[in-house]
Every structure is written in C-alpha cells, then in structure tokens.
Design a protein around this ligand. Structure first.
Ligand code: C5P
Length: 238
C-alpha cells in the first residue's frame, strides 16, 4: 500500500502569541508542527505545551549535539515534554546515537510513555563540499549523507532529515523501512526564498517522503490556512 506523506508546518516565529495564532488557524487541517531553536529559545517549553493543548503534535527541531550523556538526558527531557519527534546530529557518532536510543527506551518503559521518533541530521543543506572539507570531512556531500544515514539506521534511529534531492538516493541505499523527513519544499507557485535544492510537495510525496516540512510558504502566506490546504490537496492527489 502506498504510504501517505504528512505535512509538518514549521512554526518559525519569534513569539508565543504568533505561534499560537498560527496553530489555532491551522490545527483543523494540520496535525504536526515543528518547533525550532528560534521559537524554543524565545519561549521555552511553553511553546510545546501550547501546541499540545491545541491537540496537535510537536517535532522538536533542536538538533542536539553534545557528549552522549548530555544528549541522552536531553532526549529524556524531550520525551517528558510529550513531543512526537525530535532530532540529533548524526555527526555526534555511534556512541552518542546508541546511548540516546538506549536511554530513551528505558525511560519509555519506566514512564509507560509513547516513544518519540528520533531522527538524525546528516549534512545541513547549507554545507557544500568545500565547507565539509574545511571542517575535515573529505567525502563528497552525497557520500557523507549516505554514510551518516547508515550510521543512524545501524544505531536504531527511526530516520533522517534530508533534502528532496536525496530521497531517491537514500531509498535506494537504506530501503523503505526508514523515515525520511524533507524540508526545502516549495509549491510550484511559490518563491524559493533562500532554499536552493527545492522540490514540490507532490514530487516529495511521489519519491516517498514520510513527512514534508514547510515553513514560509505557509506561515508567511496571506492566508496560512489556504496555503496549507493547497499543499494537503497536492499531497492527496499523488
Ligand atoms: O521556510 P522554509 O520552508 O524554508 O522552512 C524550512 C524549515 O526547515 C526551517 O525551519 C528550516 O530551519 C528547516 N530545515 C531546512 N533545511 C534543513 C534542515 C531544516 O530548511 N536541512
């Protein structure tokens, strides 16, 4: 059976009021919202609680990267906040990744809670080969993405964040049983902003994205609700 691609709207705003206005407008049709470092640094766990109160789900996009114990404890904090998904930098290495999963699983058992999905961040889309080389990574971007995605899978993570241009490649080398969460999405009618490697919602769905992450095309639209409905219609028509 063909899987459905879900829409996550990025709450890239600097205030709780603005985020709440968006969630209230959208939550009739959008179930998932991404909270990143801008909003979380401005208002902390209150923004997660606000989304949960509106009966929607939170992808906590804080891209944890630290020593294994610290990231594992941050993962436990994310679990206690009630998020459905969060991410860590794959470059933290296998000891960090496996410690996160092991610690999270123990806490899930102890609390009898739902286990959040754990995603790896491979190579940020702002990095090119020259930038990678400058921090000592000698592989190409593509090979580094494959290498880190395999590391995530081997250590029990549920999937990775990847660009639309990497979906086919990752499906080929990693298979179907691994979640691909894809930002850099632009409906054909909308400006690319600063995103370079963009795909449309329909293309991402056709290639097998599990979730797409959309920010400005929805939150900066004249009517965020109409913009979200158009994207959902595009996903459902695939
Ligand atoms: O506004 P736009 O749709 O470009 O927002 C995309 C969202 O996805 C932003 O919150 C951005 O931080 C995030 N993101 C991204 N590219 C990545 C990882 C995350 O655009 N590689």
């Amino acid at each position: 059976m063909k899987k459905e691609t879900q829409l996550i709207v990025a709450l890239d705003t600097g205030s709780l009021d603005e985020a709440q206005r968006l969630v209230r407008e959208l939550s009739a049709c959008v179930k998932y919202f991404k909270i990143g470092s801008q909003l979380f640094t401005a208002c902390g766990p209150r923004c997660v609680e606000m989304v949960l109160r509106e009966n929607a789900e939170v992808f906590l996009d804080l891209k944890f990267h630290d020593i294994p114990n610290t990231v594992a404890q941050a993962a436990v904090s994310a679990l206690r906040l009630g998020v459905f998904m969060f991410n860590v930098h794959a470059i933290g290495g296998s000891v960090m990744l496996s410690k996160v999963i092991e610690t999270l699983n123990k806490e899930v058992d102890a609390l009898k809670a739902r286990r959040p999905l754990v995603l790896g961040v491979t190579v940020l889309t702002s990095m090119d080969r020259q930038q990678l080389n400058s921090v000592g990574v000698v592989r190409s971007v593509k090979n580094e993405v494959i290498h880190l995605a395999k590391l995530c899978k081997k250590n029990g993570l549920d999937g990775v964040v990847c660009s639309g241009k990497e979906i086919n490649l990752l499906r080929r080398v990693i298979g179907e049983d691994f979640m691909l969460v894809v930002p850099g999405i632009r409906p054909a009618s909308v400006a690319a902003d600063d995103q370079k490697r963009i795909v449309t919602p329909a293309d991402a769905a056709r290639m097998g994205a599990d979730y797409i992450v959309v920010g400005r095309p929805v939150v900066a639209a004249e009517s965020p609700l109409c913009a979200a409905q158009e994207i959902l219609a595009e996903l459902h028509d695939v």
